[in-house]
Ligand binder design. Structure first.
Ligand SMILES: Cc1cc2nc3c(=O)[nH]c(=O)nc-3n(C[C@H](O)[C@H](O)[C@H](O)COP(=O)(O)OP(=O)(O)OC[C@H]3O[C@@H](n4cnc5c(N)ncnc54)[C@H](O)[C@@H]3O)c2cc1C
Ligand code: SF4
Length: 584
């Protein structure tokens, strides 16, 4: 094995989390090396001629890690045999420079203040007896107020387009009245709204709800961010989710921070290298660096004073387990922390079809649409309902692409001439509304190492054991009925209502919002990292990303992943480097 020249900090993974840590740490003047298992990619790799290739990107998953390189095993319950995922379905883990930040939709959310303190709030509001005994709810260990400046910073780096609903406690018409107070408005105005989302908003408003535009990292106008990097305006091309942007109009690490990192002489990005292990000295309670393998199979030891894992939930947790860091979670005893509180997203939908309205679904962007937040989180009384959590309800113009989108009314044959006629009739007149719901942590949902299946380098695969908690399924029935209420008020010719039903299936796409497993918190008995995402057991190791969420609120995670990453980066830069050691 080659022993390389030491660096001050090594970052594993170069998605949003890794790029934002690189930005902060390299600003401190220390040497920073990011290691990324996938290929290098930049905006020029997505020219307008080939960027909207639906077969290549949306169907054949060109930007997703090939399962032959890296996969997981899955089962619903601990008494089942887990099997390897050989084609990604329910979620699409990224690889390559920029990670999922290249091919995400760009829906940028802040969690609500109550999401950060859910466990203690539920205990006070409903009493501990309300909680099912198998729930493992925990607070984040950081408050919304502490995170607000970092949300603000990410929104301005990414140039988010939106309409504020609450500036310093003042409710702003047209925004989300349920959001936490923000210091200022979004840097850019909302995107223009197409017909489908506008009809949804009209119907929701008539029912007394509070629709507002989805905050979007698809830019509504040209914008230069505080680093001096300029992004272009979105053309509503519709090839956004699962695609790179041909117009540099979607915020990604490449379009926001990479141009600045390229100029820094103390930052390096090495691609096509897979980190196999974090080298851990248990006696010294220190990590010494990482071992990685390149595409020729050559292994190297990269020494570093500081190691940052930013390799997405699955590899963050797996690398901890493979490196013997922290106590693995044991579902029998409930003890141990690494792998604990894996959660997902409980999604559902209602499809509406019109006889007389042309909705032009080919006009779209990743985060283009209208949202209703009235049935989300804990701002309504769950006492009589028998579940916790909720969902945002939305009409998003995101997926009008021709190969994967050909909706038909109920009762249409699945193939043949009648199916073709129905597709031709329905394409322009159909819209899918969605509910993006929360996911509660429970004792039997966790990540560990698979006892049977191994990867190309002989290391155990990560094993996922997951099913929705009964509270999540009850919640889905409830919020999907609310979504159907709005759908009916849109006066469609037909509609279908699809709440999420168990058991969880790993096959149809639901969301790439896999979180937990290396959770943050104020108590080392129930968390892997402290509120600065610093490993309790090993102060020179930080684990950054959605792996830190102790539960998953209904919103997409990246805004919060980014805010936490920026807060961690700042704490390392301003405090840890001056005095290396525990930050709390
Ligand atoms: C189709 C799609 C749409 C999405 N839309 C949204 C959205 O609208 N809003 C939202 O909030 N979120 C969305 N997401 C989720 C979002 O992409 C993720 O939350 C976000 O990208 C996570 O950032 P990250 O840096 O933590 O991880 P990633 O972006 O996954 O980056 C981690 C990087 O680490 C690398 N890596 C992993 N293991 C190793 C290893 N062993 N060695 C070296 N490198 C390694 C990976 O290759 C990857 O590039 C979407 C995801 C997908 C797939
Ligand atoms: S919809 Fe807009 S942001 Fe998305 S890929 Fe097209 S131009 Fe880029």
């Amino acid at each position: 094995m080659v022993r390389l020249k030491p660096v001050d900090a090594v970052i594993v993974g170069f998605g949003w989390a890794g790029a934002l840590l690189a930005l902060e740490l390299s600003a401190a003047g220390i040497s920073v090396l990011a290691l990324e298992r996938g290929p290098f990619r930049d905006t020029v790799d997505f020219p307008p001629t080939s960027a909207p290739d639906e077969l290549r990107y949306a169907v054949r998953h060109d930007l997703v890690v090939p399962p032959a390189r890296q996969t997981i095993t899955f089962r619903n319950r601990p008494d089942q045999l887990a099997l390897p995922v050989r084609r990604w379905g329910s979620f699409l883990p990224a690889w390559g420079a920029g990670g999922g930040g290249v091919h995400w939709n760009g829906q940028v959310w802040r969690f609500r203040p109550s999401d950060f303190v859910l466990a203690s709030r539920v205990a006070v509001r409903y009493g501990r007896r309300f909680l099912a005994p198998d729930l493992t709810l925990a607070d984040f260990g950081v408050t919304y107020e502490e995170l607000e400046p970092y949300y603000d910073r990410f929104e301005s780096l990414a140039g988010v387009s939106g309409q504020a609903g609450n500036i310093a406690g003042r409710i702003i018409p047209g925004g989300n009245p349920f959001e936490g107070p923000r210091a200022r408005d979004y840097p850019n105005p909302p995107l223009l709204m197409p017909y489908g989302p506008s009809l949804f908003a009209e119907a929701a408003r008539a029912l007394g709800y509070h629709p507002f535009p989805q905050p979007a990292a698809n830019l509504s106008r040209p914008y230069t961010n505080p680093l001096g990097v300029t992004l272009g305006p979105c053309t509503y091309c519709g090839f956004c989710e699962r695609f790179g942007c041909a117009n540099a109009a979607k915020a990604s690490p490449q379009t926001t921070v990479l141009p600045v990192l390229r100029e820094r002489r103390n930052f390096w990005l090495r691609t096509d290298v897979t980190v196999l292990e974090v080298v851990y000295d248990r006696t010294a309670r220190r990590v010494a660096g990482v071992v990685y393998v390149d595409d020729k199979g050559e292994r190297s030891f990269q020494p570093a004073d500081l190691v940052i894992l930013a390799a997405y939930t699955f590899e963050n947790v797996r690398l901890l387990l493979l490196s013997g860091i922290g106590t693995p979670y044991d579902p029998e005893s409930g003890r141990g922390v690494v792998g604990r509180n894996y959660t997902y997203q409980t999604t559902s939908s209602v499809t509406v079809g019109f006889a007389d309205k042309r909705l032009n679904p080919f006009i779209g962007a990743g985060a283009l649409g209208m949202v209703v937040d009235d049935w989300n989180g804990d701002h309504y009384d769950h006492g009589p309902l028998g579940f916790l959590g909720g969902a945002y309800l939305a009409a998003l113009a995101t997926n009008g692409r021709p190969i994967l989108n050909h909706p038909t009314p109920p009762g249409t044959p699945r193939w043949g001439a009648e199916w073709k006629r129905a597709v031709a009739r329905s394409y322009l007149r159909t819209f899918r509304l969605i509910a993006s719901g929360s996911s509660l942590p429970h004792r039997a949902a966790y990540l560990d190492l698979d006892p049977t299946y191994r990867d190309a380098w002989g290391r155990p695969l990560l094993r996922m054991t997951f099913d929705f908690h009964p509270f999540d399924l009850r919640m889905s029935e409830f919020v999907t009925a609310k979504l159907a209420e709005i759908a009916r008020a849109m006066a469609p010719a037909w509609l279908t209502v699809s709440p999420r039903r168990g058991p969880y299936s790993i096959v149809p796409y639901q969301s790439t919002h896999n979180v937990g497993g290396a959770v943050m918190g104020a108590d080392p008995a129930t968390s892997v990292v402290n509120p600065y995402l610093q490993c309790w057991d090993v102060p020179n190791l930080f684990v950054v990303g959605g792996s830190a969420f102790p539960h998953n609120p209904a919103y997409n995670p990246t805004g919060t992943i980014a805010a936490l990453a920026l807060r961690t980066g700042e704490a390392i830069r301003t405090r840890y480097l001056a005095r290396p050691g525990p930050l709390v």
